[in-house]
Design a protein around this ligand. Sequence first.
Ligand code: GLU
Length: 417
Amino acid sequence: MTEQTNPFESFQEQVDDAAASVDAKDGVITRLKNPERVLETNLTFERDDGSLETVRAYRSQFNGDRGPYKGGIRYHPGVTRDEVKALSGWMAYKCAVVDVPYGGGKGGIAIDPSDYSESELERLTRSFAKELRPIIGEDRDIPAPDVNTGQREMNWIKDTYETLENTTAPGVITGKAIDSGGSEGRVEATGRSVALAARETFDWLDRDLAGASVAVQGYGNAGSVAAALIDELGGNVVAVSDSSGGIHAPEGLDPRAVKEHKTETGAVSGYGDAASITNEELLTMDVDLLVPAALENAINGDLAADVAADVIVEAANGPLTPRADDVLVENGVHVVPDIFANAGGVTVSYFEWVQNRQRFYWTESRVNEELERIITEAFDGIIDAYEGRDVRDLRTAAYVVAIGRIVDAYGQAGSWP
Ligand code: GLU
């Protein structure tokens, strides 16, 4: 029987694993395993044919001890209350690992956006923004893009919020287009931190990323940018996939050309002379580096037993189940966790918010330099925790760092003796 995994249970198990190595009261840990509140709402919007449709949407505000809630909004048919709760928890720990002054949040609408026209998506997004308006704000909760959302949706949410509040408040949301107050480098930021995480990990392991074989599962914003930047660092991207399947070329693919092919045709398959492979074949390919960049639970315990990569850098949120982690630790595979590796997105969201607050905008090279500093410092902090404490893997080490920061902020607020 295949393993059925609820992402919120996976998340709680990860926190429990790390809590064993942290000096904090049980009550505090329980608090750090559950969101402070969850908005569940039904959004009714008009279809182009004049009919009305109602869909389910959520916003989970996980933890505000270190600053405003922060995290994306995804549009996907698999969105559930528990998925959004898990994703909001991962955001809280992610912000703490890279030490950006935010708590965690996440939202989602349970739809397949490809079923709707652009004007339908605009009406739906504005309807969600109206529901969110009382609970978001520059100092309260700051949404951002996630799966199947991007600058367009962020611009609509900003405009709805500013119109209703009769003000200008670009920092209410990040991931906006540049002319709407977005930041240089934000679109590439998630993939950039994945590439930096791969570079730092290979250095730490005394291995060369130059010439290393790389497979990337998922070719959206995170996966395609990570592939291109790893290629720039000398990695040899031999296989990539998306929901329609994968492609493999042992001599190496041109990640940017594959992206263009996907933009034109809607899928990576059919690119050049590359051989067709399944997602499962990609995930079990004998490569130096595997980058899961799609959705949760891509690798479960059964599949993990067949993983042949030496290093996994998680670009997606929650791509490995806890059973997969157990198997991979046992097999000596190094897993670089999502809450660190993909934190470039929220880090440059933080830069965007700072720029919005100051009304002073940075160059792309400044953004990328500050991002590199934050990611390399966070990596060193994780390695210190991994080598200095008796923890089993880098994920646990990252949680130990993050839990320490959140618990300190909570304690310093005087909330508990
Ligand atoms: N959705 C992204 C993530 O999962 C970015 C969140 C943000 O920028 O707030 O990290």
